[in-house]
Write a protein that binds this ligand. Structure first.
Ligand code: NAI
Length: 396
């Protein structure tokens, strides 16, 4: 079928298998162009199908020939209806990995559930014995608690007062003011329940108790800080409380891993266009300006460049530097004083008229469509595409 983008706000309802495949192959090529490293060998990635998780899987597999198990929650295709992009990404990754002689299997389902954890544990035991790295890269709006059945919904709201600032509708380019009401009731608790550290800890506790973690095991979860411009809605908002909890959980997990010399880290990553971040108000305008400034400085990175740097210049080096709060920082270039000063200046000037020149709205849009396999260089969108793609290592 001929597949075209069908957007609704910040999501796209269709995905292009060939475009997703090309994105994955481009990321693989990038890692192959980098020096091989003494990185991880047996890796579990939770949230492995898109964004930072997919980049972590590719970096592990092609940077150090790691066997990878990916867990994700994606929609399979039906005749005449495309799958979600993470499905096609995973299919492309596994097809290529198998051709290259790499072990790669996947589990599609709710990572918050006991069932998916148990299935993953069994697969590790049967095929790998133990893992040496677990990357936790989930981004979800909801979580059903596996013990109580309670369903939590996360919200992206400021705490304590209404937040008013500019944002951009990246489809139309219109810069307009938005106001977001402060959170209320159980909003903070619910957001922490979804995006905080409890589920990460549950994964580690289970795998540890079953002897599925090797000596010197490492686990990394991803966080974000960002500038003062976005802090009311991000770091000092409800999602920021969840990230505080995630970061505190790293220390708790490390305490449970002493006997195997294990370590849990949080890596603070750069703001990038992903399905998760395009849903956050104000962030698209910030990213449009940030991209412009970082590209002009020659220091722009996507997920794959970020994660390659995380593995090769942080995690697998002799002296891993941490910030005052014990976190790994790969948002260092985003947060440079000169970069942030320029973004702040541009922010004050940003209007519907000025943004196409002072910001990188085009880059934002391209990245957004790329997430779904559209607008990818070298792909013939007039050619017939087969939507019924299988993931070769998918477990039933
Ligand atoms: P993403 O939306 O690209 O990826 C989310 C992944 O989680 C996908 O693989 C999806 O299938 C999986 N997933 C969602 N719900 C699931 C469930 N119930 N069970 C199993 N898998 C599920 O998100 P992105 O942006 O890569 O985010 C990953 C992490 O990185 C998040 O913790 C996010 O806060 C963090 N981060 C993101 C930044 C950004 O600018 N995008 C910046 C810094 C950190």
């Amino acid at each position: 079928m001929i597949i075209e983008p069908k957007t609704r706000g910040f999501i796209c309802l269709t995905a292009h298998p060939t475009g997703c495949e090309q994105n994955v192959l481009n990321q693989i090529d990038y890692i192959k162009s980098r020096p091989t490293t003494d990185g991880p060998k047996k890796v579990l990635v939770i949230g492995a199908s898109t964004g930072f998780g997919l980049a972590s899987r590719i970096t592990s597999a092609y940077g150090s020939n790691a066997s990878t198990i990916g867990v994700f929650f994606e929609k399979p295709p039906k005749e005449g209806r495309t799958a979600s992009p993470g499905w096609y990404n995973s299919a492309a990754f596994e097809t290529q990995a198998h051709k290259d002689g790499l072990y790669a299997k996947s589990i599609n389902g709710d990572a918050f559930s006991h069932e998916i954890k148990a299935q993953t544990l069994n697969l590790i035991k049967e095929d790998l014995g133990q893992i040496d790295v677990l990357i936790y890269s989930l981004a979800s709006p909801v979580r059903t608690h596996p013990d109580t059945g309670e369903r939590f919904k996360s919200v992206l709201k400021p705490i304590g007062g209404t937040f008013t600032d500019n944002t951009v509708d990246f489809h139309t380019g219109e810069v307009k003011e938005i106001s977001i009401e402060p959170c209320a009731g159980d909003d903070i608790k619910n957001t922490v329940a979804v995006m905080g550290g409890e589920d990460w800890q549950m994964w580690i506790d289970l795998l540890k108790s079953e002897g599925a973690l090797s000596n010197d095991f490492k686990t990394v979860a991803y966080s974000y800080i960002g500038p003062s411009l976005t802090e009311a809605v991000y770091r000092k908002g409800t999602i920021g409380k969840a990230k505080d909890d995630l970061e505190a959980t790293a220390f708790k997990i490390t305490d449970t891993l002493n006997d195997i010399n294990g370590k849990a880290y949080v890596s603070v990553n750069k703001a990038l266009v992903t399905q998760a971040s395009s849903a956050i108000p104000v962030i698209p305008l910030y990213i449009s300006l940030l991209y412009k400034v970082m590209k002009e400085e020659g220091i722009h990175e996507g997920c794959i460049e970020q994660i390659e740097r995380l593995f090769n210049e942080r995690l697998y080096t002799e002296n891993l530097e941490l910030d005052d709060a014990g976190r790994i920082r790969i948002d260092d270039w985003e947060m440079r004083d000169d970069i942030q000063a320029k973004v702040l200046e541009l922010w004050k000037e940003a209007t519907t008229e000025t943004l196409p020149n002072i910001g990188d709205l085009k880059g934002y849009k391209t990245d957004f469509f790329n997430l779904f396999g559209f607008d990818v260089n070298g792909v013939d969108y007039d050619a017939d595409a087969n939507e019924m793609v299988n993931i070769p290592g998918l477990q039933a």
